[in-house]
Design a protein around this ligand. Structure first.
Ligand code: 0L1
Ligand code: MG
Length: 243
């Protein structure tokens, strides 16, 4: 077994057992290109269990998150059908390690272009202890991808570059932001995803979902919570956290 396969097996076991693993550590010497190979192998474990790739996500899309990680490039990860939670549906807390929710905008991609937009919630759940990692470590961990909720698809209105975004937990506003925090304009997610994932031979197929990135910081989830994201002019997406 190669190191790539070993690291992928370790991260997949953490996801399926819901037991976080220690950071991989400097001795592994993981670089970003190798980390994307680990990510591919991690997602191959999911596909082997019957999951279907349905799109891509971008991460570290805000200046604040990039500064926090000391990087100046966004990262990308892979979405599968099993990660999707219906709008208003329930996320099983017991299926996660330490999940967090962040308000996002999602795009539907057809024929290489954005054809629809929806308000979205991304659920991230690092497979590393304490949600701590280096850049290659989080890339290997499929950029913490764990779940997503899509609100209603709709045609992309003009001027979505500065829409108000609200994240409520149990009816209380806990994060307020703007779509401007997503790459300056969330529509930049498409050329960025095409360029970044394309460098690894990964394309957005017809009908792919693209999660553009978070408009605010992520909030930790707890059992019983009701989470709702509202994006001005686009509407809402919500989930309930079950046991
Ligand atoms: O979707 C994101 O921006 C998360 C990327 C990975 C970093 C994290 O887990 O906070
Ligand atoms: Mg995200």
């Amino acid at each position: 077994m190669t190191t790539v396969d070993q690291l992928a097996a370790r991260l997949d076991a953490a996801a399926t057992s819901r037991v976080a693993v220690p950071q991989l550590g400097a001795d592994v010497g993981l670089d970003v290109p190798t980390a994307y190979r680990v990510q591919e192998a991690v997602v191959a474990h999911r596909v082997a269990r019957g999951e279907r790739p349905v799109g891509l996500k971008l991460g570290l899309t805000s200046r604040a998150k990039m500064a926090q990680m000391g990087v100046d490039e966004v990262i990308w990860g892979r979405l599968t059908d099993a990660m999707r939670i219906p709008d208003g549906g329930t996320l099983r807390f017991a299926d996660h390690i330490h999940p967090k929710a962040e308000p996002e905008v999602a795009f539907l991609v057809e024929g290489g272009a954005i054809t629809a937009v929806a308000p979205a919630i991304e659920v991230i759940d690092s497979r590393y202890v304490d949600f701590r990692f280096t850049l290659p470590e989080v890339v290997a961990d499929n950029t913490s991808a764990s779940g997503f909720v899509l609100g209603a698809w709709q045609p992309v209105p003009a001027g979505i570059d500065n829409l108000g975004v609200l994240l409520e937990v149990d009816g209380r506003a806990v994060q307020v932001g703007s779509t401007a925090a997503i790459l300056g304009d969330p529509r930049r997610a498409l050329p960025d995803a095409v360029r970044l994932a394309g460098a690894y031979g990964v394309e957005l197929a017809d009908g792919a979902v693209l999660l553009a990135g978070a408009a605010t910081a992520a909030v930790p989830l707890r059992g019983g919570a009701h989470v709702r994201v509202t994006v001005e002019r686009l509407g809402t997406a919500s989930l309930r956290v079950g046991p």
